[in-house]
Design a protein around this ligand. Sequence first.
Ligand code: ADP
Ligand code: ADP
Length: 228
Amino acid sequence: QPILEVRNVGKVYGSAPSGVEALRSIDLEVRPQEFLSIVGPSGCGKSTLLKCVAGLEAITSGTIRVRGEDISGPPSQMGIVFQRDLLLDWRTILENVLVISEFRGTRTDELEAKAAELLVRFGLGDFQRRYPWELSGGMRQRAAICRAILDNPELLLMDEPFGALDAMTRDDLNLELARLWQETRKTVVFITHGIQEAVFLSDRVAMMARNPGRIVDIFEIDLPRPRT
Ligand code: ADP
Ligand code: ADP
């Protein structure tokens, strides 16, 4: 059974005649433990699609199911990483990683220990008590990934998470993401406009085009996994 099923989804921002048709007839299935990238030019609806999946935007037509259930609102089994890390500047890195569990009221000593472990794993062990503004962009994005995976979500959604970083930092983080994925086999939906990045990371790539935003091709990547 697919973890995520998107069926004939349409999304229009605003209303006719001035509405923007951001998505038309989107069909997509994401299988358990798959790394799927969505690629396409700016404005083709990648972010919109991810927000609809996350329950952050309402769809205009069609259905989205997670594990066979219709979604409404951001379900707890998803972790999300955006291009902007959205770390809270007045909280330490450790406190940022724990912020979602705090909102949910699920924070425990055990989870705190896990957060600390994750930060070590992502090379941020010495920065747990520092504040986001003391860290580089790449480090901040690592912290955002830790926050997204702390609760062990079934589905990890990433919207151009490294898009704002310089090329070297981006390469580093792509390698780390590949390594994380190989260790955990988390189901990932990853948005990028970089086809190389998508091919490097993914099992499958969905290509989108714009006006209206739609999927024009989905193909399997049949390469040996990167050695990490
Ligand atoms: P991408 O992520 O591929 O760059 P987006 O999903 O951001 O594409 O945008 C798809 C289309 O929807 C674009 O034409 C964009 O201008 C429009 N759009 C995105 N968000 C909104 C919004 N909140 N209100 C109106 N139009 C939007
Ligand atoms: P990206 O292409 O990286 O998704 P954009 O610069 O297209 O980023 O959009 C940034 C944010 O602005 C997104 O949250 C998107 O939904 C919103 N947005 C994009 N286009 C419009 C629009 N025409 N009207 C209102 N919001 C928009």
